[in-house]
Design a protein around this ligand. Structure first.
Ligand SMILES: CC(=O)N[C@H]1[C@@H](OP(=O)(O)OP(=O)(O)OC[C@H]2O[C@@H](n3ccc(=O)[nH]c3=O)[C@H](O)[C@@H]2O)O[C@H](CO)[C@@H](O)[C@@H]1O
Length: 354
């Protein structure tokens, strides 16, 4: 008997890709693995880097509000659907696994018309528009948060937590510090403004460097196109657009993180017991899912949350001081939480599929 085959999809930002990467690495050699993503999204670079055959299709942003761009995007989604159908017909996978994001919708629709089973995973407390549309076509649905379950049909939904790339958990602090050229006299503060960066967070971090660098050595993951050369020589400050393999060592070396409320990132920090200051994406720019993620983590004592509207140099320092002072309390809360075995569960679900 030949190999079984699986098509992964998901993209737009790294949070819709890194969980797929985690699963891909763990799947048995008996699988032929393919990926369908957008033509230009971050998923293309991430997936090609791990040498998985990649198919780019047309995709359009889905909006809840009216916009003339919707008409153009609707055409793109339809085009994407036909492209996905041709690819799926050729590949004949046993299963499609989707991590959400706009590009996944045409792929799931095409899979449905070809009667290919679909698994989806939802990372946030409230489903994104893509998974909201896709859920009725899914064979099985998995969620990171318990609170998300109620948004999906009960009979096919399981709460499993967040699948985390294994390598993220096996970094070396010493290697991380060596890579950064940091000493061990000051704690390391890492800032991850979501996989695409965060403009306001980037600005405040940079204007606060005089006071921040007195207390911390700083790693700033600022997103593509957001590096600013004039800060390159600030001592104890390193900026990167995006880190790939080095990220695990950097996180192993990190004492505190400032992060957006992206689900994958915060579950990774939880798994590593790193106290967080979460500055979620606001309601003006999103459906508010990150605020809910952050609130859920704050209630469990893993983080402090600071709303973007309240973010300034003063509140930033106050919140960081408060986290640093109570660092052990946050760490204890995180350590006493049962760690998720989501990756293992998903791999088993896929391996056991017909
Ligand atoms: C703006 C937006 O729509 N954000 C959503 C997006 O976030 P976003 O795409 O930012 O995703 P997450 O924060 O969930 O995950 C980011 C992923 O990128 C990785 N990473 C990041 C920076 C870096 O330099 N290297 C690296 O590997 C992180 O380790 C993590 O695995 O998807 C999440 C999961 O559905 C949602 O919760 C967020 O609301």
């Amino acid at each position: 008997m030949g190999n079984k085959s699986i098509v992964f999809t998901g993209g737009g930002s790294a949070g819709h890709v890194t969980p797929n990467m985690a699963i891909i690495k763990e799947l048995d050699k008996g699988w032929d693995i393919f990926y369908i993503g957008s033509r230009k999204g971050i998923e293309k670079e991430l997936i090609q880097k791990i040498n998985i055959p990649y198919y780019g299709i047309n995709s359009g942003k889905l909006r809840r509000y009216f916009d003339f761009q919707n008409v153009k995007d609707a055409f793109n989604v339809i085009k994407g659907y036909f492209e996905a159908k041709i690819i799926l017909k050729k590949l004949k996978p046993n299963l499609v696994f989707s991590k959400g994001g706009f590009v996944s919708v045409p792929v799931i629709l095409a899979a449905k018309t070809l009667r290919i089973p679909v698994f989806i995973h939802e990372s946030d407390i409230t489903p994104g528009l893509a998974n909201k549309i896709s859920q009725r076509f899914a064979t099985k649905i998995f969620t990171s948060f318990e609170e998300a379950k109620k948004f999906f049909p009960e009979h096919k939904t399981t709460v499993i937590g967040s699948p985390i790339r294994k390598e993220i958990l096996s970094g070396s602090a010493a290697r991380g510090r060596a890579f950064l050229g940091f000493h061990s006299n000051l704690p390391v503060l890492t800032i991850m403004g979501g996989s695409l960066g965060a403009k306001k967070i980037n600005e405040i971090i940079r204007t606060s460097l005089p006071e921040l660098t007195l207390k911390y050595q700083i790693v700033h993951l600022c997103g593509k196109g957001n590096k600013e050369e004039r800060y390159s020589n600030v001592s104890g400050y390193r900026q990167y657009e995006y880190l790939h393999d080095e990220l695990s060592d950097i996180l192993a070396a990190s004492d505190i993180v400032i992060t957006r409320g992206g689900s994958n990132a915060i579950f990774e920090f939880l798994a590593l017991n790193i106290p967080m200051l979460i500055i979620p994406l606001g309601l003006d720019q999103s459906r508010g899912d990150q605020i809910l993620n952050a609130k859920a983590f704050q209630e469990k004592g893993y983080c402090l949350m600071l709303e973007e509207e309240k973010l300034d140099r003063e509140t930033l320092m106050e919140h960081l001081d408060s986290i640093y002072k109570n660092k052990e309390k946050f760490e204890k809360n995180m350590k006493s939480t049962q760690k998720s075995s989501a990756l293992k569960i998903l791999v088993k679900e896929i391996e056991d599929w017909n």
